[in-house]
Ligand binder design. Structure first.
Ligand code: C2E
Ligand code: MG
Ligand code: MG
Ligand code: MG
Length: 293
């Protein structure tokens, strides 16, 4: 009886496995055609300066979405697949080109100081001709290199140190700025902060989220912000969802922030509406719930 139950369970399990394997295959083949079918779209999340009376929109982070059957698929569900198939190289170029062109258009339309952040996969950085291709993309779009921020994570830095280091140095000498994304969540080696030519630290939202209530998370966030500043880096806080987060960050002299409290990532035309929107003075942050979905 136990044996039979075990068999039935195994059958169910292997059926589930097959379904998920089939699902995976379908996903991959659909993904392979997504670029040609024009199914990718970039959303943009604004980044604000918060060290003055009123928060000021100073940049946007481009975030990839996949339009499929009327729904928008979030990147966690397909980036790994793109990386595995190598398709991330073509898609990554598309993201860079699209984002640079869009932000250049916004600069010319009056947002002269707007900066453009783009997330990179390590596969992209490992290409021999990445710097050459990026240079072409920048020239094609007209975006000044200093307006572009490339975001990479700690785990990506770990993968192939020497080659990555050389590429990052070339990028930095182009004038492009480099941000260490999700800082504190990877195998943080503080040595990276010295070894790699970084300009910006992005404090992971898991720290920010608990910082106002949890003394330890508060201490960690404070230490990361201080560390960044002592090293001459800009510090951006991720995942600002509540007025209390913003109050905490202002107290800790963190200069830049992004999160749902300001705005969710949104389509380009919706983002444009934020250009003329006045954010209430931060001292009054606690009284204003701000972000609508
Ligand atoms: P990330 O670069 O750390 O981007 C921030 C993520 O946090 C975004 O998720 C954003 O929607 C979310 N977020 C922003 N503010 C808040 C907040 O206040 N609360 C919460 N709970 N979440 C917030 P998204 O768009 O789903 O992207 C997830 C990750 O996918 C990104 O994390 C990035 O690592 C990766 N990704 C996105 N676009 C690209 C791309 O074009 N290329 C590559 N290689 N990776 C990308
Ligand atoms: Mg990012
Ligand atoms: Mg991040
Ligand atoms: Mg993150």
């Amino acid at each position: 009886r136990a044996k039979q139950a075990g068999k039935a369970q195994f059958a169910r399990y292997s059926a589930e496995l097959q379904t998920s394997a089939r699902h995976q295959l379908e996903l991959e083949s659909a993904l392979g055609q997504a670029l040609e079918r024009d199914e990718f779209v970039l959303h943009y999340q604004p980044i604000y300066r918060i060290d003055q009376d009123r928060p000021q929109l100073v940049g946007v982070e481009a975030l990839l979405r996949w339009r499929q059957d009327g729904a928008l698929v979030p990147p966690q569900e397909f980036i790994a697949s793109l990386e595995e198939s190598g398709e991330i190289l073509r898609v990554g170029d598309w993201v860079l080109e699209q984002a640079c062109r869009q932000v250049r258009a916004w600069q010319l339309a009056g947002q002269a100081q707007l900066r453009c952040s783009v997330n990179l996969s390590s596969r992209q950085l490992q290409q021999d001709d990445f710097v050459a291709r990026l240079t072409e993309i920048l020239q094609g779009s007209g975006l000044p290199p200093a307006s572009l921020i490339l975001e990479i994570t700690e785990s990506q830095l770990m993968q192939d140190c020497t080659a990555t280091l050389i590429t990052l140095r070339e990028l930095a000498s182009l004038g492009v700025r480099l941000a260490l994304d999700d800082f504190g969540t990877g195998y943080s080696s503080l040595g990276y902060l010295k070894r790699f030519p970084l300009h910006i630290l992005k404090v992971d939202r898991s720290f920010i989220d608990g910082a106002p209530q949890d003394a330890e998370l508060g201490a960690i966030s404070r230490a990361i912000i201080g560390l960044g500043h002592s090293l001459g880096l800009e510090v951006v806080a991720e995942g600002v969802e509540q007025a209390a987060h913003l109050d905490f960050l202002r107290q800790e002299s963190c200069r830049l922030a992004q999160g749902y409290w300001f705005s969710r990532p949104c389509a380009a035309n919706e983002l444009e509406r934020l250009f003329d929107q006045t954010i209430p003075p931060v001292n009054h942050a606690s009284q204003s719930a701000h972000s609508k979905e």
